[in-house]
Structure formats: structure tokens, C-alpha cells
Design a protein around this ligand. Structure first.
Ligand SMILES: [Fe+2]
Ligand SMILES: [Fe+2]
Length: 242
């Protein structure tokens, strides 16, 4: 595992770990995003077993003990498995998540008390404002949510747009087609009638960068990509009900 680091938007770093054994021959990436500010935030802790690698990579950007906030899309091993490892190396750090995630999981599993963000609430991290948006069950997890960086219009969109392969850190090419293909492979989304509407609501923020947990990040018209993804989920829900 040789993490690769790239700045995908001003002050937002992608730490990418490629695992060729998952979904061969393309392989699969696990991406952790460091958002710089006076109070740096990490989005996705990574697996516990990846922690030494992710920590070593992050240390090439900032001292890990400077981390102040740790967040993720939903409670799951790749998103949040190493939460307590990060809390141990960063004494000032605190988990931050939506109300459901805190009440259902983090109040119990986090080694220090987490902070709740209400739907639409802004977290100030010093020079940067990150807005939490609840996306329950989308693409999976009752506690699911995303963070939107207002300064760079970057949507930290977690498992949305998951795709296989070890592409460039940032692409301006198609990320919708590869995401549809990955949905066909993994069936990772909780199909539900409200799904497309929730994804379209994210488009209202008009993101210019999509920070994608599995696959390349996307630079371009994020709203158009989100609406195209929503249209495909509409199609899947209709097909499931037919
Ligand atoms: Fe997930
Ligand atoms: Fe994930």
C-alpha cells in the first residue's frame, strides 16, 4: 500500500490507497480527504488496518496531532473504522457527524464525546465553512450524510459516484457512467423512492468538485453529474417496482 497524495481543490488533499485485489482487474481505491483550516478536518478515517498508511501519508501534509475534526459519510469500516486510532494521535480531535450517526453509533463507539451537526448546520473550521447535509440511506446507511465546503464548492460525497479502477486523482471526464457500472457490480445503494430527490437536493449547492471516496474526484459541473446520477436511480427504482 503506497498512498498517493493530491490537492484536489484549494486546501483539500486526497490521500488515496489502491487495493488491486478488490474488483479485479480494475482494483479499487479508498480515499481520505484532509480539509485544511485553522482546525483541520479529516473526512473518512479509513480501515483500522490501513491506519498506519493513512497516518503516514497525512503526516506528509500536516502533523497528525493538529487534526481537530474527524468526520465521514456513515458508520462503516472503511468510512469510520480507524476513528479511535485518529482520536488517540490527535488529542484535540473530535468526531463530528449528523444526529443519527451520533445517537446510533458514535455516542457509544467514539472514545471521546462526538459533536452533532443538524441538517444544514455549518461547521466553522477557521477560514472555511463546511455544511452538513443529511442524506439518510443514500447511498446506504441510515446515518448517511455529506459535507459541503462553501469556499471551494467541494462536495465531500462519500460513497456517491463510487467507481472501480485507479484513475487520476481528479478527472473532468465522465464519472456518472462508471458510477452506474459500479452500482451494477456491487449493488451498494439502498434503492428507495426518495433517493433521486435527495441527490437532486445536493445539486442545488452547485458543487464544482466532487470528492469521491472510491474512484477519481471530479472537477466540473457537479450539479449536472448529480442530476444524471439521480436520473439513473429513478430508473432503477421504477424498474424495481415494475
Ligand atoms: Fe459505505
Ligand atoms: Fe466507502
Amino acid at each position: 500500500m503506497d498512498p498517493r497524495i493530491a490537492e484536489i481543490a484549494d486546501g483539500i488533499y486526497r490521500i488515496s490507497i489502491y487495493v488491486p485485489e478488490i474488483a479485479p482487474p480494475a482494483g479499487f481505491t479508498f480515499n481520505h480527504f484532509l480539509v485544511l483550516g485553522d482546525e483541520p478536518l479529516l473526512f473518512h478515517t479509513g480501515f483500522r488496518r490501513m491506519f498506519p498508511h493513512a497516518r503516514g501519508a497525512l503526516a506528509r501534509i500536516i502533523p497528525p496531532e493538529r487534526l481537530r475534526w474527524i468526520s465521514f459519510g456513515h458508520y462503516e469500516a472503511d468510512e469510520s473504522g480507524a476513528l479511535n486510532e485518529w482520536l488517540a494521535v490527535a488529542p484535540q480531535a473530535q468526531a463530528v457527524h449528523g444526529q443519527t450517526g451520533v445517537m446510533v453509533s458514535l455516542n457509544d463507539v467514539a472514545d471521546r464525546p462526538p459533536r452533532i451537526l443538524a441538517d444544514g448546520e455549518v461547521l466553522e473550521i477557521g477560514g472555511r465553512r463546511l455544511r452538513w447535509i443529511d442524506t439518510p440511506h443514500i447511498p446506504h446507511g441510515w446515518d448517511a450524510g455529506v459535507l459541503f465546503d462553501e469556499r471551494t464548492a467541494t462536495l465531500l460525497c462519500g460513497d456517491l459516484f463510487t467507481h472501480v479502477g485507479d484513475g487520476p486523482a481528479v478527472t473532468d471526464g465522465d464519472v456518472v457512467g462508471p458510477a452506474i457500472a459500479a452500482e451494477d457490480i456491487f449493488r451498494y445503494s439502498s434503492l428507495n423512492p426518495g433517493m433521486a430527490a435527495t441527490i437532486r437536493r445536493l445539486a442545488d449547492a452547485a458543487p464544482r468538485t466532487l470528492a469521491i471516496m472510491h474512484g477519481s474526484s471530479f472537477a466540473g459541473d457537479g450539479a449536472a453529474a448529480l442530476r444524471a446520477l439521480a436520473a439513473d436511480y429513478d430508473r432503477r427504482v421504477r424498474a424495481a417496482l415494475a
